[in-house]
Structures are given as structure tokens and as C-alpha cells.
Write a protein that binds this ligand. Structure first.
Ligand SMILES: Nc1ncnc2c1ncn2[C@@H]1O[C@H](COP(=O)(O)OP(=O)(O)OP(=O)(O)O)[C@@H](O)[C@H]1O
Length: 748
């Protein structure tokens, strides 16, 4: 224990909040008269300040059971004064109360071992030192409050009150166990305290036993509460420190046989032993690390002293021993208890009570500190994560833009090729196409479409205008139908259409043109041999038309002028491999719309090409033909897909388009009504396939849509003359005638 008045070390230690062990000391009293009278001998000896040994010779069996040496924080021999015991064994703990730390000093031992003798001295010395401390610290204001209680036969009694009725124990979440209605006297001065101490002594239950004429029959708890201003701890804030120090004089364990107790004494002895047993259990459990349940509530004693035994308190236990051999067993039990107690730790802290004003000040300082920390931490809105996300988005945008450019280029290239082919076809005779060109264009892939199985010669003449340019990928990617099931409905191009196309086809071009003859639904393809353009092939194959969406009908209704364009769109290029016949989705009618608006101009242009191809005299260089791109040989599959046919059905005629819309919902009725000779199932397919492109388109990159939109805007700005416009302007009667044929052929 520290020297008296060394409050600074105590303060520092308590502020750390570190666990600290209970300070355990052993005080050995001298043999009393009765013990001497019966020739009892002293078997215990303090060999130094911390070690006490059992001096009697133990048998072999006893040596294995009982230790002969015990070490504690401090041991006091029988010649030690209570003053020394206080100074070295209790003062530091007891005076912690002036620093705002709860403390407790216990006296534990068998009856007549000197507990009361020791605690009376400890209490007085402590009180005296507290008053001395207050006297030395005039800068602080102190308020001392004193209360006293006893636990007699497991009942709590107020020692400062004449009322001996038991007091209730209450549980407070902050303060722990509270003794209800316990008298608390504010000390006026030292004399006042002395009076109160006298009152307690007079009130306490004392009985005579064979071992002690003035045996304490209850556990006594004297409590001094010290409230003090805390300016020396936390500046000038009007906070206060509040702590209590408990002086606990326990009743002594006793053997009924030794104490010769009976009746009331026996009953008292049972309660005493029972509560001490609980205390011992609590200490033992606490010494093992608080694992499991600690039975604090099993006795009033442990319940009241709970915080002192293992909570927010600093605790010192003075175990008193009788050196007499006759009490060796009780002494061993006391030493065992002391050995457990020294393993128990508490967590003493300074108890600061802040006023409202001090609390506000404290919170303001804390707020200011946190604000400074935030300012010092730099901008908080732009996190590394957000920066990386933005960078990633930028890269993605850049990539998409490149893809748009590339696709636009490929599209223009494909158009150029188509234009060349169609123009060449236009120059040829539709009725008498050149023959014998198969050998000249071995790679020309021609496909037949199921929907032309019943075409007559008039319809066949319109083939060039109905060409669906399916730019195919040579691979089997989702954008390809090169060898996929989408090729099922193509068959070899008969001489008429094939030759027409071949007149303009480059040898490296792979063209798929629907045949107008034959009813075979199977396809045959002349596989293209040239792989050198595979990349172009593939890339172009990814050029899709628009994105199928809803709103198609709404668009038509709200913008009639666009409907015509849309009609034209549907007759035009379907640069979608998947639309070659297989993608017959049930809900295709729901997948039209947005993409059509984005492909209007493109489709119009292709229709224009188609018309131009059959009106060579009026052909003008296509305004949208990319000047910078020379129509390089590329492998193109000029195919006529089902969707193309479906588009043709609505070409050039809003009425037809409307009918076609109806067909979407009720295809058999409309088709059977208008075209009785057509198999019913085909019309259904046609109406469905009309939107097949959109179905496919929906899976494509949306960036293409924007690319197309911009491209078509360019076309618009170049005043591209659509067939419909041409009709309206009367520029070509032949164009109108061909438009009509186109519609007829597509409906068939
Ligand atoms: N260290 C001591 N030096 C001299 N006398 C002592 C000492 N300790 C105790 N005594 C004497 O022993 C007797 C019993 O002491 P005390 O009443 O303090 O024991 P106790 O442990 O409180 O017993 P109980 O538990 O029965 O109350 C007293 O007469 C006391 O004066």
C-alpha cells in the first residue's frame, strides 16, 4: 500500500481503468487470555511482510492436504498495531474515495479473531485521514455523508435509526444495489462522525459466546460518501466526484461446538455461516475469472457488496487470524478465503458527476474535436470508390462509342454492297435474267424462304426489291445464322433472282437471295469459301436493327407520317441473321416500336435502293453512300428472311400496315380473308416474324441504336427520297407500280 496522502498515484491508477486485484492482508492477533489459559499454543508465524507459515509439524497426510506457507500482499504479525495495519493494508484503498473512487475495506475471519478490533481502528484512521485531506485541500469543496447498516439474520437494518424494521434492497441500473430508506447523515464535523459511530456501535447486535464476550452477531457496513468538486481533475468545470468507502466488519464464522451457541446464538450463527459461505463462493468464482454464474444475490451481504467485490471499486481485505492451535482449521479456511480473494480483480474508475452546464460544455468540446478531425481528413464526398467507378464508366462509354463507329462503318459498307448488287440487278432484266452465272459466283449463297413458295411470276419479278439483306456472321454466335437453324427456310436461288444478283456481285460476296420458285421449305446453302473476310463478316453480322420495344402501336397512331416510314422500314433491310426464319416468338407483336423509329431512315434508304434498282433510269448515287468507303468486296448474305417478307406485307401502304397489325393479334383471319390461297399457318408465321428482328435486336447493344439514329438523321438531312415520297411526288410511276407489286408479293 502507498504512503498516506499519496493521492496522485491513486488518481493516475484509477483513471487508467485497468483491472486491479483486491489488496489482501492477514493480521495475526496474539493469544488471548482464554487461549493462554487453556495452554493453547500459537502455530502461525509471519516470517516477513507477506508470508505467514504454519509452524507446527504436520503429518505426512496433512502436508499433502494443507500448505504450510501463505503469501499475501501484506501480513501483520501479532505485535503489529492497528495503525500499521491501516497504513500498510487499507489506507491507500480507503482514501481513494477522496479521488472519486469507490473503495471498501473488509475484515474477514473467525469469531474472536480481531475483526472488530481491527475495523474500528481502520475506520477511525481513515476518517481522520479524510478530514486531514479535506483540510489540506481547501480549493475543493467536500461533502461527507455517513450511513450504517447491519445484516442481521439476513435482514438489513439501519444502524442510524431506532427503527429496527428490515430495509429493502433495490436494484438501480447505474448505482447497483440500493438500501431503501437507509439513513444518510451529512457529516458536520469530526465530532459528528464520532457520535454516529457510537450510535452504530450501540445499535449493532452483539452477543456473548463462549469464544467472544462481545461477539458481533451481524455484518456491519459503515459507509462514507464523499462528494467533492472535481476542478483539479477536469479543469474549471463545475463537475463533482462522488465515491463511497465501505468499512465492512463481518460477523465471524463459528463452530457451534466451539461457540457453544444455542437458541438465538445458534440461529445467528447459522445465518452468519450461510452468508459467509455465499461470500466465499462468490470470491472463489470471481477468483477464477468470472466464468459462469456468480451468486451475488444468494445473500444480502454479497448483494450489497457486489460492486466492491468485482465492480467499480477498490477493495482491501484484512483477514484476521487467531494463532491458537485450537483454531487451526478455521485459520486455514480464512487463509484459503484470502488466497482466493487475492485473485479477484476489480475495475475502479473515477466517478464524475457532471452538471448540466458541464455536460453541455463537454459535449461542445467533443463536437468541436470531431469537426476538426473531419476537416483534417480531407474531402469526404469523393471516395476512391466513386473515382474508380467514374473512370470505369468513362472507359465503357469510350468503348461503346468505338463500337458504334465500327458498326456504322460496317453498315454503310453493307449498304454499299447491297446497292451495287441491286443496281446491278436493276440493270438486268427481271423477266429474263442472265443465265449461266452460277459458275461465275460459286460463293453466292442463295436461300429460299418458305414464304415464297406460291409466288407467281409477277411476284418473282419483284424479288430484287424484296431482298432482305441479312448480313451474316460466319460463326455461330447469336448474331449468326450461317449454319444455324435460321437457315432452314432457304433454298437455292433459282436462275432468275440469282443471276440478277450475280451480275453485280463480287466473287467474294456471299449472297443469300430468297428463291421464288419451289416449295421446299428446306434450305440449301452454297457455303462461302472465303474466310479472309471473316472479321468483316462477323462484324457486319452484328449490325442489328433497333431495339424491339413496346409502343409500336402508339407511335403509329400518334404519328401517321411515321407509319409510312415504318412500313417502309419493314420492307427493307433486315440486317439481322436471326430474322431469317427461326425466331418465331409468340410475343413478337410486343417487341416492335422503338427500334423502328431508329431504323426508319435506314429502311427508307434501302427501299429506295430497291426501287432504284428496278428503275435504272432514275437511279442516282445514293446520298448516304459513304464516299470514304470504297465498296470493298465483302462477304454478304443477301437473304430474304421471314421478317423481311412480313415487312413487305406492309410496305408502302398504311392500310396494309394496319392490317398487318391486326394480323399480329389475329393473323389467320386477316390473311385468310385477303389471301385465301395462302396456308393459314404461314400467315401466322409471317405476322410473327415481322417482329423477329426486333426480338433479336433487343439483345443487341443499345449503342447501335444511337448510332443508327444519328446515321439516319444524317440521311434525313441529305433529303433522301423514299419511295413513298417519290410516289407522292409522282416522280416515278414505275416506282408506284413496283411498290404495289412489292406489297402483293410480301403478302403472298
Ligand atoms: N490484535 C489484537 N491485539 C490485541 N487484542 C486483540 C487483537 N485483536 C482482537 N483482540 C481482542 O480479541 C477480542 C476479540 O476481538 P474482536 O471482537 O475484534 O473479534 P471479532 O473477530 O470481531 O469477533 P466476532 O466475530 O465474534 O465479533 C477482543 O477482546 C479484542 O480486544
Amino acid at each position: 500500500m502507498g504512503a498516506a496522502g499519496d493521492e496522485e498515484p491513486m488518481q493516475a491508477q484509477s483513471q487508467s481503468g485497468c483491472p486491479e486485484r483486491i489488496f489482501v492482508s492477514v493480521r495475526l492477533r496474539p493469544l488471548n487470555e482464554k487461549e493462554i489459559a487453556r495452554n493453547d499454543v500459537s502455530d502461525w508465524e509471519c516470517i516477513n511482510d507477506s508470508t505467514i507459515i504454519y509452524r507446527n509439524n504436520l503429518s505426512v497426510a496433512e502436508r499433502s492436504m494443507y500448505p504450510t506457507s501463505y503469501t499475501f500482499d501484506r501480513v501483520f504479525s501479532c505485535d503489529c498495531t492497528t495503525r500499521k495495519v491501516y497504513e500498510e493494508g487499507a489506507k491507500e484503498v480507503a482514501l481513494a474515495v477522496v479521488s472519486g473512487i469507490n473503495s471498501s475495506v473488509f475484515a474477514y475471519g473467525q469469531t474472536s479473531s480481531g475483526k472488530t478490533y481491527t475495523m474500528i481502528g481502520i475506520t477511525e484512521y481513515t476518517m481522520s485521514d479524510i478530514y486531514d485531506y479535506i483540510e489540506k485541500h481547501k480549493e475543493r469543496e467536500f461533502v461527507l455523508k455517513f450511513s450504517a447498516m447491519e445484516i442481521y439474520n439476513e435482514s438489513v437494518r439501519d444502524l442510524l435509526s431506532a427503527d429496527t424494521s428490515p430495509l429493502r434492497l433495490l436494484d438501480d441500473p447505474e448505482r447497483g444495489t440500493i438500501v431503501e430508506k437507509l439513513t444518510e447523515e451529512t457529516l458536520k464535523d469530526w465530532n459528528h462522525l464520532k457520535e454516529l459511530l457510537s450510535t452504530c456501535e450501540a445499535q449493532r447486535q452483539i452477543g456473548e459466546t463462549s469464544l467472544n464476550e462481545t461477539s458481533s452477531r451481524s455484518h456491519q457496513i459503515l459507509r462514507l460518501t464523499v462528494e467533492s468538486s472535481a476542478c483539479e481533475f477536469i479543469g474549471n468545470d463545475p463537475s463533482s466526484l462522488t465515491a463511497t468507502v465501505n468499512f465492512v466488519d463481518l460477523a465471524g464464522s463459528e463452530r457451534a461446538s466451539q461457540a457453544l451457541s444455542a437458541g438465538t446464538r445458534l440461529k445467528e450463527g447459522c445465518h452468519i455461516n450461510r452468508s459467509l459461505l455465499t461470500l466465499g463462493t462468490v470470491i472463489r468464482k470471481l477468483s477464477k475469472g468470472r466464468n459462469g454464474h456468480v451468486p451475488f444475490r444468494d445473500s444480502k451481504l454479497t448483494r450489497i457488496l457486489q460492486s466492491s467485490l468485482g465492480g467499480n471499486a477498490r477493495t482491501a481485505i484484512i483477514c484476521t487470524l487467531s494463532p491458537a492451535r485450537s483454531h487451526v482449521e478455521q485459520s486455514r479456511n480464512t487463509l484459503l478465503f484470502a488466497s482466493c480473494a487475492k485473485e479477484v480483480t476489480t475495475n475502479a474508475q473515477i466517478n464524475i458527476v457532471m452538471s448540466d452546464k458541464a455536460l453541455v460544455k463537454h459535449l461542445q468540446r467533443e463536437l468541436s474535436r470531431l469537426e476538426n478531425e473531419l476537416r483534417g481528413s480531407g474531402p469526404v464526398f469523393v471516395t476512391p470508390d466513386s473515382v474508380s467507378v467514374l473512370r470505369e464508366k468513362d472507359l465503357r462509354i469510350e468503348k461503346l462509342e468505338k463500337e458504334v463507329d465500327e458498326l456504322t462503318m460496317q453498315r454503310d459498307l453493307a449498304r454499299t454492297e447491297v446497292e451495287n448488287l441491286l443496281r446491278g440487278a436493276g440493270k438486268g432484266s427481271a423477266e429474263s435474267p442472265p443465265a449461266g452465272l452460277d459458275h461465275q459466283y460459286p460463293r453466292l449463297r442463295v436461300r429460299s424462304s418458305w414464304d415464297f413458295e406460291n409466288l407467281n411470276i409477277e411476284t418473282q419479278n419483284m424479288i430484287p426489291h424484296c431482298i432482305d439483306i441479312s448480313v451474316r456472321s460466319s460463326d455461330t454466335s447469336p448474331c449468326s445464322d450461317g449454319h444455324s437453324s435460321s437457315d432452314e427456310n432457304f433454298f437455292p436461288l433459282p436462275s432468275l433472282e440469282e443471276n440478277i444478283l450475280k451480275t453485280k456481285c463480287n466473287e467474294q460476296d456471299e449472297v443469300s437471295v430468297p428463291s421464288f420458285v419451289g416449295t421446299d421449305l428446306h434450305q440449301e446453302e452454297i457455303e462461302e469459301q472465303n474466310d479472309e473476310n471473316a472479321d468483316v463478316y462477323k462484324n457486319v453480322g452484328c449490325v442489328q436493327m433497333g431495339k424491339g420495344t413496346t409502343g409500336y402501336t402508339d407511335l403509329k397512331k400518334s404519328e401517321p407520317s411515321l407509319n409510312k416510314d415504318r412500313d417502309l422500314n419493314m420492307t427493307s433491310v433486315d440486317i439481322n441473321p436471326a430474322t431469317s426464319g427461326v425466331a418465331e416468338t409468340e410475343d413478337e407483336d410486343e417487341q416492335c416500336g422503338e427500334s423502328r423509329s431508329t431504323t426508319l431512315k435506314e429502311q427508307n434508304e434501302l427501299n429506295n435502293i430497291i426501287l432504284d434498282s428496278v428503275t435504272p433510269s432514275t437511279v442516282e448515287p445514293s446520298p448516304w453512300r459513304p464516299e470514304k468507303y470504297t465498296p470493298t468486296p465483302s462477304i454478304l448474305n443477301l437473304t430474304r428472311s421471314r421478317s423481311c417478307k412480313a415487312c413487305l406485307m406492309t410496305s408502302y401502304s398504311p392500310d396494309w400496315f394496319e392490317n398487318d397489325e391486326k394480323v399480329v393479334s389475329t393473323p389467320p383471319i386477316v390473311f385468310e380473308k385477303d389471301f385465301t390461297g395462302r396456308p393459314r399457318g404461314l400467315e401466322i408465321k409471317v405476322s410473327a416474324l415481322k417482329y423477329a428482328a426486333d426480338t433479336e435486336i433487343s439483345s443487341t447493344n443499345e449503342s447501335q441504336t444511337s448510332a443508327r439514329s444519328s446515321s439516319f438523321d444524317d440521311l434525313k438531312s441529305q433529303n433522301v427520297v423514299t419511295p413513298e415520297v417519290a410516289e407522292n411526288n409522282g416522280t416515278s410511276a414505275r416506282t408506284s407500280f413496283l411498290s404495289y407489286k412489292l406489297k402483293r408479293s410480301s403478302r403472298l
